[in-house]
Design a protein around this ligand. Sequence first.
Ligand code: NAD
Length: 394
Amino acid sequence: MKVCVIGTGYVGLVTGACLAHSGHHVICVDNNEEKVKLMKSGQSPIYEPGLSEIMQGASQAGRLEFTSDLAMGVDHGDILFIAVGTPALPSGDSDTRYVEAVARGIGKHLTEGYKVIVNKSTVPIGSGDWVRRIVLDGIEDRQKAGEGGVSGEEALKKINAEFDVVSNPEFLRECSAVYDTFNPDRIVLGSNSEKAIAMMQELYLPIVERKFGEDRSLPPVPVVVTDLSSAEMIKYAANAFLATKISFINEVANICDKVGADVTQVAKGIGLDSRIGKKFLQAGIGWGGSCFPKDVSALIHTAKDYNYETELLNAAVNVNQRQRAIAVDKLQQELKILKGKVVGLLGLTFKPDTDDLRDAPSLILMDELNRLGAKVKAYDPIISQTGMRHGLPG
Ligand SMILES: NC(=O)c1ccc[n+]([C@@H]2O[C@H](COP(=O)([O-])OP(=O)(O)OC[C@H]3O[C@@H](n4cnc5c(N)ncnc54)[C@H](O)[C@@H]3O)[C@@H](O)[C@H]2O)c1
């Protein structure tokens, strides 16, 4: 199938490369010319195990191209993925301006025929209908500039174009993004259009049938077909649950410290209960990274819009914030005075095997240690190798 992926970050580039590897013809679009230049030369702008190999193979087979020309991508793709960032605003709400710019751009360049526009970015609940409206605004802008005075729906008919929006949230984990794309636990598709869902099912068939998966004898990947809002909510609910699970074990760890119990033994003991499961039960300095903090706060923010106070999620966030302070408290208990001490920080990204420093807990620890007068010497195996693409504070 002919696919265009707009935004080539951790999600977009991995999705584009893996779809190309599985036989589709993919054009990846990014408005960052530097990134496009790098990808055209066969290099990945991000560190993700196995990604460069897949990119090079698919590019050599002629199934993967890179461009900064949105018009070219929109013209090529029958399926257009929006995979740009949705960082948190200071209010905690999701910043959807990049999604908006892409949706408007799609409208501006939409050509004759039927297209499926896929929200791969994590977007607030209700964004499916909003994206449709923005795309129509984009078409309307174009018509206004040309002949004037037509609505988006009329303009759509005039150019003989049709499109539907699908929500297809992403669950990959940075550090195993390629593996996760070929071995997903589930694929979620939200739309009110049967035609769009059928095209998405065809697109994902090689992955559903585990053609590139680790174990081809496993049953097909479950596909959850639902409405737009439920699909959008599934993404937020999944991340909020995982973040809460980590906060839960951190709370238990703090009580363990008081009563003299060993949290690693406790986590093992409860994790063997199949209703609980052993994953996400490692106590530590709390969750961070580019997804959990912003997605949990976006869900809290959405609930607020409906006058609903999220007691449990607020507590998960508070426990998480306190957890970083506990690490510094423990140091103070041991060293008494931190001023003038040199503190080594080993491992800076929010988890191993990624170069993503966004919202990494280490950054907060560094700031706090600096504030208390300690000198921080930091090392990370990936950041030290790949350079500081995401910028590290002094
Ligand atoms: N990173 C993850 O692990 C992960 C997992 C699941 C879901 N998500 C979601 O996926 C989305 C993308 O996340 P990411 O981590 O890949 O982001 P990212 O910041 O790594 O990549 C976004 C890319 O979009 C490009 N871009 C921005 N505006 C553009 C425009 N107008 N036209 C073309 N390209 C544009 C940027 O240059 C960048 O390369 C977010 O909504 C995120 O919440 C991320």
